[in-house]
Design a protein around this ligand. Structure first.
Ligand code: CA
Ligand code: CA
Length: 412
């Protein structure tokens, strides 16, 4: 050890020793319990200093020709009460750019427009590249509750929209949590990219959710009693969502769907077009097909019950239908199948199909296309187990699993 290092070490040891020796008296005892004399004075900073916020009013955020209030710069804004606006102008117009950060706390209040004239949106976001957050409040009777379709991003939390004339939320690059759209005149959530979690869309005259950009995930959301279908997914992702009693399809055009439920859709429970993966979903009482897919997809491990038409319909090619449970399909008048394939190069493997005796005209597996593979399916209580045209490859059918080949279909 050099002389310099030894010197440093010694002085550190010396300081530690000194501090131990010079602990102040009473170190281990509690402080006085009696308050000091004199009037009580605040010891904390006022809220405005800790979290400076700007009230939305005529002084701080004056409107312009087509807005009641207008916000043009970064900051944290809040409502101080309900607003009864005229929905002939925007209630809050945000016009900011350059990456402005704007937060609006609706503070639990309600922005109410007019029921007869709804020509403008309650909250309208213009300008480019602003990042806007809106939370905790109710918006009622406007053209749209929130309208944002230009650059930047928007975050909406705990916002409730009712009775918009058109789509309730028209948003781009959106992160939405626990938002509601109810009783609107068109689409509940009209979303061009983003993430929606725990949102509800109820009783709108358009779709519950319409996704315009496949770069969108919808998770834990519900669509109930909408007239234009539950979820139009635009090739986006749906996880653990529920479509209940919607007119039209429960879900349309998914990219990936997992663990979703479609109940009592008047048309298809799930209507997929191409390149879709549908896994672990439950479809009950659809008016038409339980799951309909056009081409190039995977339909795996779903449960389909009481569909009016086919349980699973494959209308195109290159689809894998594997490990699904289908019961009571084809309950409408006419001949339908548990699994119906009109395309080619599909695999129908290991599905379980039962309880299809109603009407006496339905098929377990019906294949009208060619170059398909049909193996290891299990069928019981079906009027006609198979209807498969020539030029397909089947594992055959057996009633005796113990002697059947590994690829055989089993009827029982
Ligand atoms: Ca304006
Ligand atoms: Ca039938």
């Amino acid at each position: 050890m050099s002389e310099v290092h030894r010197g440093v070490l010694l002085s550190v040891v010396g300081m530690l020793g000194l501090s131990v020796l010079t602990l102040p008296a009473g170190w281990a005892s509690a402080g006085p319990l009696n308050p000091p004399g004199g009037p009580i004075t605040p010891t904390q900073k006022p809220l405005a200093e800790i979290e400076p916020r700007i009230a939305i009013n005529n002084t701080n955020t004056p409107g312009d020709a087509d807005s009641l209030f207008r916000i043009t710069s970064s900051g944290s804004y809040y409502l101080t009460g309900n607003i009864d606006g005229k929905s002939t102008v925007k209630c809050i117009e945000i016009f900011a750019a350059g990456g402005a950060q704007i937060t609006i706390d609706l503070n639990g209040f309600t922005i109410t427009g007019l029921t007869d004239i709804r020509s403008e949106s309650a909250i309208f976001i213009d300008g480019d590249n602003a990042h806007v957050t809106i939370r905790n409040g109710t918006i009622r009777n406007w053209k749209n509750a929130v309208e944002h379709f230009i650059g930047g991003s928007i975050t909406l939390e705990d916002v409730r929209a009712y009775r918009s004339l058109f789509s309730q939320y028209v948003v781009k690059n959106a992160t939405m949590s626990r938002c509601l759209a109810e009783d609107g005149g068109s689409i509940g959530f009209n979303v061009d990219g983003g993430l929606l979690v725990d949102c509800s869309s109820i009783n709108n005259t358009g779709a519950g959710f319409t996704i315009l950009n496949a770069a969108t995930t919808v998770r834990g959301c519900v669509a109930i009693s909408n007239d234009g279908g539950g979820f139009n997914l635009g090739q986006g992702v749906a996880e653990s969502c529920r479509a209940e009693s919607n007119t039209g399809n429960g879900f349309t055009n998914p990219g990936v769907m997992t663990n979703c439920i479609a109940n009592a859709s008047t048309n298809d429970g799930i209507g997929a077009s191409f390149s879709a993966t549908i896994r672990g979903c439950t479809v009950v009482a659809s008016g038409a097909a339980g799951i309909r897919i056009v081409s190039a997809g995977r339909v795996e491990g779903n449960t389909v019950s009481s569909s009016g038409e086919h349980g699973i319909e494959v209308a195109g090619g290159r689809v894998t239908v594997v490990g699904n449970t289908i019961s009571a399909a084809g309950r409408n008048t006419g001949a339908f199948a548990g699994v119906f394939v009109s395309g080619g190069d599909c695999s129908v493997d290991g599905n379980h199909i039962t309880n299809m005796l109603l009407g006496g005209d339905d098929f377990g597996i019906q294949v009208t296309g060619t170059s398909n593979l049909i193996v290891r399916n299990q069928l019981s209580a079906v009027s006609t187990y198979f209807s498969i045209v020539a030029n397909n490859t089947s594992g055959g059918a057996s009633t005796t699993p113990s002697t059947a080949g590994a690829w055989a279909n089993i009827t029982y």
